[in-house]
Design a protein around this ligand. Structure first.
Ligand code: GTP
Ligand code: ZN
Length: 205
């Protein structure tokens, strides 16, 4: 089942006035959004981020993770450049949904790490799928990205679907005492690159 474009509008933010493009994934019923800025017709790689929904971090200021800070850092970086895309993907909790994420947090409060908690609930460590990104990027005319992420799985998923990832831009921001174990587990169990790469690095400034 296809991912269909529904409508686009202006989205003024403190960082820039983006264009917001709404899509319906007819297979899952999920409603995804892209914020875009600038023109992509020259074909040059576009600064971009695939941001997975995190209600707690993106909207409720949670310090259990780094999502809110990464979202803000990515939008600011796109605004600075005057050109880019942020795909806001509605796969909350690495694909297990909000209520199951709260169940996982409850287990983490009892000592489990983020991967163990998912597994105890009968889920894989990361259930996300990025297939919906291809029709969304095609709709926008984006064929090549400079991707803001620490997650090599996102680079592979895009490359496998034929999108060129010309560069990976590290996105190290939002570290605090509450998410130390969470970030360490992402590095040790989910292959995230949390090293001290500084070239092209995005921060919240
Ligand atoms: N199941 C589960 N999901 C979580 C947890 N903490 C954050 N998430 C979800 O994880 C997703 C963000 O993924 P991350 O693994 O933090 O980062 P990433 O998007 O893979 O990688 P980056 O591009 O480097 O940010 C969001 O959907 C969050 O809701 C957790 O403890 N358990
Ligand atoms: Zn989060």
């Amino acid at each position: 089942m296809p991912v269909v474009f529904v409508a686009a509008s202006k989205l003024p933010t403190p960082f820039a006035q983006f264009t917001m493009h709404g899509f319906l994934d007819e297979a899952t019923g999920r409603e995804h959004v892209v914020l875009s800025l600038g023109d992509f017709t020259d074909g040059a790689p576009v600064l971009g981020r695939l941001h997975s929904e995190c209600l707690t971090g993106d909207a409720l200021f949670s310090q259990r993770c780094d999502c809110g800070s990464q979202l803000e850092g990515a939008l600011k970086a796109i605004a600075r450049e005057g050109r880019g895309v942020l795909l806001y993907l509605r796969q909350e909790g690495r694909g297990i949904g909000l209520l199951n994420k709260i169940r996982a947090y409850e287990l983490q409060d009892g000592g489990a790490d983020t991967v163990e908690a998912n597994e105890r609930l009968g889920f894989a460590a990361d259930q996300r799928d990025y297939a919906m990104c291809l029709p969304m990027l095609e709709h926008l005319g984006v064929k090549a990205l400079r991707l803001m992420t620490n997650n090599p799985r996102k680079v592979k998923a895009l490359t496998d679907m034929g999108i060129v990832v010309a560069e990976r831009v590290p996105l190290h921001t939002g570290h605090n005492p509450h998410n130390k174990l969470y970030l360490a587990t992402k590095a040790s169990k989910l292959d995230h690159m949390m090293g001290n790469e500084h070239q092209g690095e995005v921060d919240r400034a």
